[in-house]
Ligand binder design. Structure first.
Ligand code: HEM
Length: 354
């Protein structure tokens, strides 16, 4: 506990004396302090782990500390997978979800679940286009309170601890629409990276990693092979964007994968274009199908426990682990009327009684 909040452990090396002390958290991923939103989600899932441990301890008083830790860890891993495959990916991939991820058919030991270079060095960085310039914060009873510019929210975990905790940030997220189109915002092109910028870094990283050009991915994904920049007009609708490509590249086959891919308009009911969907979807399918511990693989949980995991949701995680959240939209990733947390389904942990 710190300042009345349940927080992560502090990085002691960043606070050797009170005069030069920055509030920096440690977590399983070194990016935990990168952005207040990300820090908030690290906090939520750590709190969920501890919440599950206390509940499971009441249900199974004979379990050892180790057993409680491992069972809670297993459930949180399953909840994250459930949120990823049932709530997040369908919204990112829209109509491409069924064709690129599809239904789960059990563990397949021949599937290589490691991350593809083109996914991490290029495709999944589409998320950089989702970053917004300004994040509103919303207090209890829907009162607005000062929000923060993206850059103010980076590497500033102190703002979480001393400035209202998780809830105003979470309410702001749940009630702010996505940015469209998802172009890189000035914070990350002009402010955060000194003389370079995140778009440039992504392009250069793709080249470092030897990613083939955008047109090669189009071919692999069954799209047309463009001879002119206007041949891209089915996927890149904006004439301004095609004009900018024409000014920047000598020919369509010179376009960097990252640039062409993020300029595509989204697939039906999705948020990314067809070339990105064709790299992102199959990656998640392999991550799932080649994972013996994927939560829906028979034998990982009992059938009754699995039914409970399927009742979990990001909205429920927010209700249970925010500082004092009482209302959420039914689906945390979708704008909608705020309903009482009492209306959000929750797991019945008595199914873990032994
Ligand atoms: C919160 C704001 C974010 C910031 C400031 C940020 C910044 C960065 C930076 C500096 C890198 C390293 C680039 C390099 O050296 O190649 C990176 C990598 C990456 N980012 Fe982001 N990012 C953010 C959000 C996101 C989001 C929302 C996504 C996806 C949905 C994403 C996906 C990735 C991926 C896949 C990599 C490559 C990771 C790896 O190869 O290990 N990022 N990001």
């Amino acid at each position: 506990m710190f300042n009345g909040q349940r927080v992560l452990p502090f990085d002691q090396t960043k606070c050797q004396n009170s005069a030069q002390c920055t509030a920096t958290f440690v977590a399983g991923d070194s990016r935990v302090n990168l952005f207040l939103g990300l820090t908030t989600f690290h906090l939520l899932f750590t709190r969920e782990h501890n919440r599950l441990v206390s509940r499971l301890q009441r249900i199974n008083p004979h379990w050892t500390g180790d057993r409680l830790f491992q069972e809670a860890r297993k459930i949180v891993g399953a909840q994250i997978q459930a949120i990823c495959f049932r709530e997040y990916l369908p919204k990112i991939l829209g109509s491409a979800f069924a064709t690129t991820v599809g239904t789960y058919r059990g563990y397949n030991p021949t599937v290589d679940s490691t991350i593809a270079n083109e996914f991490t060095a290029g495709a999944f960085r589409f998320g950089h286009g989702m970053i917004q310039e300004f994040y509103p914060r919303i207090a209890e009873n829907n009162r607005t309170m000062p929000g923060f510019n993206f850059v103010e929210g980076t590497l500033h975990s102190d703002k979480l601890i001393f400035n209202g905790g998780t809830d105003p940030i979470l309410r702001g997220f749940m009630q702010t629409p996505l940015k469209r189109p998802q172009r890189l915002t000035p914070s990350i092109t002009e402010q955060m990276f000194g003389s370079t910028d995140l778009g440039t870094i992504n392009i250069q990283r793709g080249r470092d990693h030897g990613l083939p050009p955008y047109v090669k991915f189009r071919q692999l994904c069954g799209l047309s092979n463009p001879r002119t920049f206007d041949d891209l007009s089915r996927e890149i609708l904006s004439t301004n964007a095609r004009e900018a490509l024409r000014r920047t590249y000598s020919a369509p086959d010179k376009i960097d994968f990252y640039v062409g891919a993020v300029l595509e308009d989204p697939v039906v009911r999705g948020l990314i274009g067809p070339t990105l969907a064709c790299v992102v979807g199959p990656q998640f399918a392999r991550t799932r199908d080649g994972d013996r511990f994927y939560f829906e693989n028979p034998g990982i949980f009992t059938r009754i426990q699995l039914a409970e995991i399927r009742r979990s949701s990001l909205a429920r995680i927010i209700c249970d682990n925010g500082d004092r959240i009482t209302q959420v939209p039914r689906e945390a990733f979708r704008l909608g009327p705020m309903v009482s947390c009492a209306e959000i389904p929750q797991m019945d942990l008595s199914k873990w009684k032994e």
